[in-house]
Design a protein around this ligand. Sequence first.
Ligand code: OGA
Ligand code: NI
Length: 390
Amino acid sequence: MNHQNEIMIKEDTTDENGLNTMSDQENTKKGLGEKWPEPTVRVQSLAESNLATVPDRYIKPPSERPDQTIIINHQPKTAAINIPVVDLNSLFSGNKEERERMSEACREFGFFQVINHGVRPELMEAAREAWRSFFNLPVEAKEVYSNSPSTYEGYGSRLGVEKGAILDWNDYYFLHYLPLVLKDLNKWPSIPSNIREVMDEYGEELVKLGERLTRVLSSNLGLKEEQLKEAFGGEAVGACMRVNYYPKCPRPELALGLSPHSDPGGITILLPDDKVVGLQVRYGDTWITVNSHPHAFIVNLGDQIQILSNSIYKSSEHRVIVNSQKERVSLAFFYNPKSDIPIQPLQQLVTSTNPPLYPPMSFDEYRLFIRTQGPRGKSYVESHISPLDN
Ligand code: OGA
Ligand code: NI
């Protein structure tokens, strides 16, 4: 399908379409200007230079290192809990058990996987393969798309702008789908030759899936189906994607592919690597390695959902481990609220005994936490608490 027309029309809809509400000056003050605090090092280049160990910048303090037993890709016995699988087709045909399974997963730890979700497996495969080819290009070809902290769009190698921070073992590519005014195909790679077309269709399908998920999330809270989408800004919702590339790591027991974090936005729909595990979800004191079902998407709830649901739903804390054998590619699609409207607990979920736990804040403002300070577990949502009402 050709979306050229849609892309042309966007020029006329620039008003109220969620352009960054932070002024450039404010962003620059926070370190989110055009420059990273240190020269950018591509992790893939490090990995390809056959180092015996990893540079100090990637060595986590002992307490944050992954558990040795997990590195060999076997599930430790204590963590043999499977991520719930929800059959969306069956759920939408009225299967109450599927609905209940999803509801429980959202309340308990904000993580589940969906099958029969309506996205063609060939499209999923094509998207993953297009990005694999992109990351296999020589580094000079990728540098053209090098990103900066001001928008994060493009080819990047760090999250956060703190000088001297310990970095994660990954490179990534970040791009926008919605609002249309932020969708700029010139900022997307042009090689491999099919990547823009494939990703355009992929984005369209994932927005539809995100929308269907919000309907179930809403009705499982006893709200009308459209409620969450309306709280996200209705037709003005946002959508963006982060493609993660985790190169082989010579010392996987010392580093992390992505440090513990919860996603700052709405709903994340992850297409994991079909051959290499790496994603882990925190469950109490343990980290569970996710073994995904074939053709499944992994869904996890972000902080904006925890906030809107007044903590009935939980955003999940997760991280990624690396290995020395095989690189890993994953596509994280983020279905987000419109970025400049205040997000706060929904009226219907607030009572005198259940006061609102979070003050209003726009997503633009909220995501500055992770964009400046990098991944820090669930600390942002946990410290974003309403002052006590007297
Ligand atoms: C992310 C993320 C997980 C993965 O991009 O936010 O958590 O498996 N990715 O790459
Ligand atoms: Ni994440």
